[in-house]
Design a protein around this ligand. Structure first.
Ligand SMILES: *Cc1c(COP(=O)(O)O)cnc(C)c1O
Length: 370
């Protein structure tokens, strides 16, 4: 089966195979492996040894978004959330339910946020301490630029939280060039092409140390994660980790570096996107985003406006042809979402286009040119 979902993604056979072992989390051999993974992840984020630290949490990306908010936004404090899709909305909900006060900056889900929009919102409300943003909005596929937002945040003397879950490893990020950034966060199972089970934050250590004990949650306190590492070692965990997923993630990281790291991964995904987008247009399917706003992570297409088309029917017909795509959409208009990330190539995209043509024919959708 070819998985073209925006996470969890298709993985390499050797990454999956690495799961099939028993490991004791406190075994020093695993501790060394885990500590090395933390250093590699920090380096990919543009972090600096002794200044920035990788602070993992067991579980999904949402847990880390909540941990980032709880750790860095003061209790009852205000966070401006750039909202141009489902994940911005989720950050708003996580902030509200954590007892922080989200201030929403609404942006159309068809374009990235502009620096002046962030600057104006911050100027209007001095009580906002943080800006939360999603790097790649996995709802529509639109990209917000953390360097652009970060410059506005820095100029206003505020702090930045970046949800880079569907971007990290493929789109560039340089923490040492963004001193306003408290945290960039992501998971094992998207552009780094590991299995699900672990979320990562990379944070400035001094800032994080100061925040220990203020999260209102022991589980989600990144200051405590750092304190534990500094006391018990970078190879240790507070609670039982998904050891197999971490071990497999180490294998995925080897493949990442062997491929050529971030530039090579971005180049492969961008080519996947080009092939898929052009092919979809030839099939008569209309992209949701203009080409200039199209990110390389996920292609969102308008659903054909014909009664013969249903998303559930299309997904099932594709699955019978060996291709699995997302079975839901989060845009205001009905759409189809197809991921370009994971251990997949342009050849896989051509295969998927063949399957899409077959599925449309099976449903009886007339394929007029877009
Ligand atoms: C996938 C994703 C997440 C996290 O999803 P989980 O299911 O919690 O791992 C968060 N933000 C973005 C932008 C994502 O694409």
């Amino acid at each position: 089966m070819l998985l073209l979902t925006p996470g969890p993604v298709q993985t390499r056979a050797e990454t999956r195979a690495a799961m099939a072992v028993d490991i004791a989390p406190w075994d020093p051999e695993f501790g060394r492996e885990y500590a090395a993974i933390r250093e590699r992840v920090r380096d990919i984020a543009g972090g600096v040894a002794g200044v920035h630290a990788t602070l993992p949490l067991q579980g999904a990306g949402h847990f880390m978004v909540e941990a980032a908010i709880r750790t860095f936004v003061p209790p009852a404090g205000r966070i401006l959330v750039v909202s141009n899709g489902a994940y911005g909305e989720r950050m708003t909900r996580l902030a509200r339910e954590a007892g922080r006060e989200p201030v929403v900056l609404p942006v159309p889900d068809t374009r990235g946020v502009r620096a002046e929009e962030v600057a104006a919102a911050l100027a209007a409300d001095p009580a906002i301490s943080h800006v939360g943003m999603v790097y790649s909005e996995t709802g529509s596929g639109v990209v917000n630029d953390p360097a652009v937002v970060g410059a506005a945040v820095r100029a206003a003397g505020r702090r930045l939280i970046v949800d880079a879950v569907s971007a990290f490893g493929a789109l560039p990020f340089d923490l040492k060039a963004q001193p306003e950034c408290d945290v960039v966060l992501f998971t094992s199972n998207k552009c780094l092409e590991g299995l699900p089970g672990i979320a990562f934050a990379v944070c400035p250590m001094e800032r994080t140390r100061e925040r220990a004990g203020l999260a209102g949650s022991w589980s989600f306190d990144l200051g405590d994660v750092l304190r534990h590492a500094e006391r018990s070692g970078w190879g240790s965990f507070r609670f039982t980790p998904p050891v197999q997923a971490l071990h497999a993630f180490g294998v995925a990281m080897e493949a990442y570096l062997a491929e050529g790291g971030q530039p090579a991964r971005l180049a492969r995904y961008a080519e996947n996107m080009r092939v898929l987008r052009e092919g979809a247009e030839r099939l008569g399917l209309r992209p949701y985003l203009d080409a200039a706003e199209q990110g390389p992570i996920i292609l969102t297409l308008h659903q054909p406006e014909e009664p013969a088309f249903t998303l559930a029917g299309f997904v099932e017909a594709l699955k019978r042809r060996g291709v699995l795509i997302s079975n839901f959409y989060t845009t205001p208009k009905p759409t189809i979402r197809i991921g370009c990330i994971g251990a997949v190539t342009p050849a896989d995209m051509r295969f998927a286009l063949g399957a899409m043509a077959g599925a449309l024919d099976e449903l009886g959708v007339t394929r007029r040119a877009a």
